[in-house]
Design a protein around this ligand. Structure first.
Ligand code: 5GP
Length: 205
């Protein structure tokens, strides 16, 4: 059966456990491809260029932006982030599903693009990973103890703003328990593979 892949857009504020969840689900679903984003922020310890991100200078980012190489870009915590078309488009056409881990501004841009592009609308799905409530998120951010107070408050403010857009997403997975949330996310991704809108040929004629 000829099918396009799903474009799976996942957002969630920092401290919500999004990376852990995505890592767990990807381990069980190796067929899911992951889009590596570009960023102008510096690599953290252990991060590798071309694995977690493509780490670019401001100039290189701008050059690629002017070249129209991105599907979407956004400014997050004073740095630029962007999804490359080359990470996504050919894979979708080849029937492979691609997962994007991007912020709410990026998700909203793709939503807007999908409203004008039926092919994108047919394959895009928007998932928000949310904490059970804001005090729980604050506790998690504080327990990481890696951030200064000012940074914790900034992240918390950004999280609240991001979460207030929950209706822009089709699905919300609440991470109150890692195993349960991973099960829900994996089930959801499996269901998304069954959408008839992904089928690109006429059947049963
Ligand atoms: P971090 O710097 O902690 O890896 O990521 C910070 C935020 O940037 C996360 O919310 C992440 O989802 C978001 N992000 C990562 N890549 C992209 C991207 O290509 N586009 C957008 N809009 N956000 C991104």
């Amino acid at each position: 059966m000829k099918k396009t892949g799903s474009l799976i857009v996942i957002s969630g504020p920092s401290g919500v456990g999004k990376s852990t969840l995505i890592g767990k689900v990807r381990a069980n679903m190796p067929e899911l491809e992951f889009s590596i984003s570009c960023t102008t922020r510096a690599p953290r310890t252990g991060e590798v260029h071309g694995r977690e991100y493509y780490f670019l200078s401001e100039e290189e980012f701008l050059r690629r932006e002017e070249n129209k190489e991105f599907i979407e870009t956004a400014g997050v915590f004073a740095h630029r982030y962007g999804t490359l078309k080359s990470e996504v488009m050919n894979r979708l056409t080849a029937g492979k599903s691609v997962l994007l881990d991007i912020d709410v501004q990026g998700a909203l841009s793709i939503r807007k693009a999908a409203a004008e592009d039926p092919a994108l609308a047919a394959c895009a799905a928007f998932i928000l990973i949310a904490p059970p409530d804001l005090p729980t998120l604050e506790k998690r951010l504080r327990s990481r103890a890696t951030d200064a107070e000012e940074q914790i408050l900034r992240r918390l403010g950004a999280a609240q703003k991001e979460l207030s857009h929950f209706r822009a997403y089709d699905f919300m997975v609440v991470n109150d328990n890692l195993e349960k949330a991973a099960f829900e996310l994996e089930s959801l991704l499996k269901c998304l593979q069954l959408r008839t809108s992904l089928i690109t040929e006429e059947l049963f004629q």
